[in-house]
Design a protein. Structure first.
Length: 82
């Protein structure tokens, strides 16, 4: 498995933190937020299941822009070999 040198930006990490604290946020948004925060530092990368979720969010019209931004960040840190 290749190493991931990308990390979640400070701005996206802040958005993720706000999302996790938001009682109105969807479970999908909170899952994406948690994944983005887990990748804030270190060599962690997105798992296959989260890649699939993030991909579906980006293709859908029903999610908010903030949720799509989290999804894009998560996908940017995906395993390119998968």
């Amino acid at each position: 498995m290749s190493n991931n040198s990308k990390q979640t930006s400070r701005r996206v990490a802040s958005l993720a933190s706000e999302t996790l604290q938001d009682k109105q946020a969807s479970q999908i948004a909170k899952s994406l937020a948690a994944s983005a925060l887990a990748q804030r530092s270190g060599a962690r990368q997105t798992g296959a299941e989260m890649e699939d979720i993030a991909s579906r969010v980006l293709r859908s019209d029903k999610y908010a822009e903030a949720t799509k931004e989290l999804a894009a960040s998560v996908l940017a840190q995906a395993n390119k070999e998968r």
